[in-house]
Design a protein around this ligand. Structure first.
Ligand SMILES: *[C@@H]1O[C@H](CO)[C@@H](O)[C@H](O)[C@H]1NC(C)=O
Ligand SMILES: *[C@@H]1O[C@H](CO)[C@@H](O)[C@H](O)[C@H]1NC(C)=O
Length: 284
């Protein structure tokens, strides 16, 4: 009995001595049990990645691998590169899924597509499947978001447009795209809702509503299925005024065809032209 106690005491003393000889950081986890490699350090490397942005740090002390902790990559080196376990900003070194953008909840998508951040002219959103993804042109220096081209442009090429909410319940038009406007919930412009007029309409601040306007050539559908507006490209960047039209007889305006068609008529697809075997005549 006494010898058993003695053996236990010696074992405990040895364990404490080994424990004390370890570097302080190596004693963080496991304590006396850490006389085998920590499962977190099974790869027997000082740095590994546990996910796209988390480094796992290990160290070998007295022949045993100890877990030292994790470190989240960030700043200009936000990704954990899996070969050496170092933090990197080089997207080519990391798995494609690591650079997949994550949606934000700071913007309500009116519909899918590109949207300006009306409170910061360098920022914009891409809405996809109802989710908003945030982008910032200032990563290209002093660039601003240009809604016409849906891209970042130098400040000398594009104008910085920011909306200001002056009173709650008011509307503000967004000049670079007259079909976009904001509804101010308060005097805090960040809380304004971004909205878009229906196709073929622009926002009028005179009567605070979307009005039919020619922004491109074609016909604009109306609620009354017999009626439409015609828009003609007059050249040199000029558009005609919206000109009212009416579908004749029993035909109705078909928005997908962009013209009058018989109600319920099947969509006629033009057959492909027959190919001729005649050699094409070359034009000098
Ligand atoms: C990993 O480290 C080695 C040695 O320092 C280096 O040559 C290599 O480029 C590194 N690989 C990556 C992907 O960083
Ligand atoms: C304006 O609204 C935003 C978003 O709700 C909020 O984060 C910000 O603190 C507000 N600013 C002021 C000055 O109240």
């Amino acid at each position: 009995m006494a010898s058993k106690v003695f053996v236990l005491l010696v074992a405990a003393f040895v364990a404490v001595a080994v424990e004390a000889s370890l570097a302080p950081s190596a004693r963080l986890r496991g304590g006396l049990r850490a006389l085998v490699d920590d499962p977190e350090c099974a790869s027997k490397r000082q740095l590994t990645c546990s996910d796209c942005k988390t480094q796992v740090r290990c160290d070998k002390v007295g022949g045993v691998w100890f877990y030292l902790g994790t470190n989240t990559c960030g700043g200009t080196t936000p990704y954990c590169e899996p070969v050496n376990g170092t933090c990197t900003g080089d997207v080519s070194l990391v798995d494609d899924k690591c650079t997949e953008p994550e949606p934000v909840n700071t913007f309500n998508c009116p519909s899918d597509g590109y949207w300006p951040d009306v409170t910061n002219c360098a920022k914009y959103y891409i809405c996809s499947d109802g989710k908003a993804y945030a982008y910032d042109c200032s990563s290209f220096g002093n660039a601003v978001y240009d809604h016409k081209s849906s891209s970042c442009l130098a400040r000398s090429e594009a104008t910085c447009v920011t909306l200001t909410c002056r009173s709650p319940g008011s509307f503000v038009a967004y000049n670079p795209d007259p079909s976009i406007y904001s509804f101010c919930r308060s005097t805090n412009s960040s809380e304004a809702a971004v909205l878009k007029c229906e196709e073929g309409r622009t926002f009028s601040t005179i009567n605070n509503e979307c009005q039919v306007a020619c922004t491109k050539a074609g016909r604009i559908a109306l609620a009354d299925k017999k009626r439409f507006y015609d828009c003609v490209d007059l050249g040199n960047g000029r558009m005609s005024q919206p000109t009212p039209g009416r579908c004749p007889g029993t035909s109705e305006f078909n928005p997908s065809l962009g013209r009058c068609a018989e109600k319920g008529a099947p969509v006629v697809t033009t057959p492909a032209p027959r190919t001729t075997t005649r050699a094409p005549t070359t034009v000098p």
